[in-house]
Design a protein around this ligand. Structure first.
Ligand code: FAD
Length: 551
């Protein structure tokens, strides 16, 4: 079946079938809920107005972490839960969630002195029940300098190393959406909910629109019928809640977080670091990203901007560069060094929401609440804990439906996660691709897990598809075809921003690669010349919307 007819069939099923559960929003929470519910045997529909992970779930620090910073505030239960989930995700998605060792350097007069850091990291190990990848280690100044030679030496008193995990937020979300579809859910991106459908005052699904077919103006509507509707729209939660209850008070409070990517050789870090910003004491991460870049983040500022329009400002970029320069004295990073800058909105639970009224469950981190016509809204949380939150939401759905069943997601590999040994699989990929393509081999295994072979098989049957998409980056043309035919990618943005991350790693955010990408995809996606032109124009708008830096 062609990609276009597969999508047409999915949309027809959305309109035709009766669902137990409609999930609105294909971020990590919505995708996780859909997969869990489908695995429990519910008839599930999942719709996402743009692409899976196009909201906050592709703008995170890409960490699956216990949350070292929660220790300072005494939120031990959050660290405990996050550490457990870190262990679970390392097991069920070993390709997408990989151990990452951090160095935390300590300087004279630091807000967190060495003794406090050591005590905190001991507690971190205890709360992980000593099941983290490895326990923390105290480091002397010489050890820290040996590990990270480019760090400032002046005032360095020592530090520590500890483990968390690195992830690919967009592909972790996608793996859940694909996993939901494979478990029987009807899953569609580029379908936006515009209104709720009610029967006798009770939500019975939603009226949605095929945004791709609309080309910017009223596309075909699809009425989706479901017994229960879940609102998992993250920073858009209140917009959706007001479709149900126009007077609903705010449930989420947005704070903006910005990251910048710079060439690794310009900053000079070897691994991941946890730093305290000398400007305001905020925890700042310096994170290796792919073979060539380093990401520095993040900021934390209150915002009420429309979530789809959130971007970095020049001030945000300068804050992050000043922080990095304070620790890497030879870097002298300047805004011209920034390859890309982007922002996301943390959908934090608004104070006063979720703990009262018809709240099904609430914590400082997340809340599950029911609206007047029965729509269940999940707010807050973080990427790390999505699986546990999803299970909690689906438990609530099952109770409401009078269905039994408990989550099995803690023990089921995500798509591609059925790998015995990522290292052995990477060796196999290196052999298949050849020594000169080692970075591509690593990327393919990391992104697709055991399914890298299916991507590479496309390149073996058509050598043109083995070509790299952008000089020096690991992405290959076969991924575009795979993305369209196997991963529900519908636009160039889906392919260049979220299936691959080319847009984050090129100064022009994929502009130079876009036309060639469109030509590769056109025959499998069924794009004619007019559609190619439309796709290129839409890509230019989307990449500017995400990566432009506001003054
Ligand atoms: P989203 O990902 O925003 O998903 C909501 C989706 O709903 C969107 O895709 C949107 O398009 C869709 N939608 C909206 N309206 C409609 C509609 N009408 N119809 C259909 N679909 C609709 N967590 C971690 O664990 N580790 C980290 O390292 C980390 N770092 C972070 C750094 C930053 C800067 C930020 C901002 C957050 C970070 N987080 C981290 C938190 C984490 O990223 C978020 O908690 C998580 O991604 C939220 O997911 P979500 O599914 O709730 O929201």
């Amino acid at each position: 079946m062609s990609a276009a007819s597969a999508r047409a069939e999915t949309l027809a099923r959305l309109a035709r079938e009766q669902f137990d559960l409609l999930v609105i929003g294909g971020g990590i929470n919505g995708a996780g809920i859909a997969r869990d519910a489908a695995l429990r045997g519910l008839r599930v529909a999942l719709v996402e107005k743009e692409d899976f992970a196009s909201g906050t779930s592709s703008r995170s620090s890409r960490l699956v972490h216990g949350g070292v910073r929660y220790l300072e505030h005494g939120h031990f239960h959050l660290v405990f839960e996050s550490s457990r989930e870190r262990r679970t995700l390392l097991d069920i998605a070993p390709h997408l969630v990989r151990p990452l060792e951090f160095t935390w350097p300590v300087y004279a007069g630091a807000r967190v002195p060495r003794w406090k850091l050591a005590a905190g990291l001991m507690l971190y190990d205890v709360l992980a029940l000593f099941r983290n990848v490895a326990v923390h280690r105290r480091l002397g100044a010489r050890d820290v300098a040996g590990r990270e030679p480019a760090l400032r030496r002046d005032g360095l008193t020592g530090g520590a190393s500890y483990y968390d995990a690195a992830t690919d937020d967009a592909r972790l979300t996608l793996a859940n959406a694909i996993g939901a579809a494979e478990a029987g859910a009807v899953v569609a991106n580029h379908v936006a909910v515009r209104a709720l459908v009610r029967g006798a005052g009770v939500a019975r699904g939603a009226r949605s629109e095929d945004v791709l077919a609309s080309h910017g103006g009223g596309g075909p509507t699809i009425d989706i019928t479901a017994l229960i509707t879940v609102n998992a729209t993250g920073p858009w939660s209140d917009e959706l809640r007001r479709l149900e209850d126009p007077g609903a008070a705010a449930s989420v409070r947005g704070t903006k977080g910005v990251h910048v990517a710079v060439p690794r050789e310009r900053i000079g870090n070897r691994g991941a670091l946890t730093l305290l910003s000398p400007i305001d004491g905020r925890v700042t991460f310096v994170l290796p990203a792919g073979p060539r870049h380093t990401i520095v983040g993040t900021t934390d500022t209150a915002t009420d901007v429309e979530p789809g329009e959130v971007r970095a400002t020049r001030e945000d970029v300068e804050y992050l560069l000043r922080t990095a320069n304070a620790y890497f004295p030879d870097a002298h990073l300047h805004p011209d060094d920034v390859v890309s800058a982007w922002a996301g909105i943390r959908p934090l639970v608004a104070s006063g929401y979720g703990g009262a009224g018809d709240a099904a469950s609430a914590s400082r981190e997340h809340a599950i609440a029911r609206g007047p016509s029965g729509v269940i809204t999940i707010s807050g949380g973080k990427l790390t804990t999505y699986r546990a939150m999803s299970a909690e939401v689906v438990d609530t759905v099952c109770r409401t439906l009078g269905r039994s069943g408990t989550a099995s997601t803690q023990a089921r590999a995500l798509p591609g996660g059925d790998l015995r040994s990522p290292a052995r699989e990477t060796d196999a990929a290196r052999q298949a691709l050849g020594a000169a393509r080692a970075a591509a081999a690593e990327w393919l295994v990391g992104a697709y897990g055991s399914r890298w072979r299916a991507v590479w098989a496309l390149a073996e049957s058509d050598r043109a598809l083995a070509a790299e998409l952008s000089p020096g980056l690991p992405y290959i043309a076969a991924e575009l075809v795979y993305g369209v035919t196997r991963e529900m990618a519908c636009t160039l943005g889906d392919l260049l921003i979220r299936r691959t991350h080319l847009a984050f790693e090129t100064r022009d955010h994929g502009a130079a690669a876009a036309a060639a990408a469109a030509a590769i995809v056109a025959p499998v996606a069924g794009w004619d010349d007019a559609e190619i032109a439309r796709q290129l124009a839409a890509y230019e708008r989307e990449s500017a919307r995400i990566f432009a830096v506001d003054q």
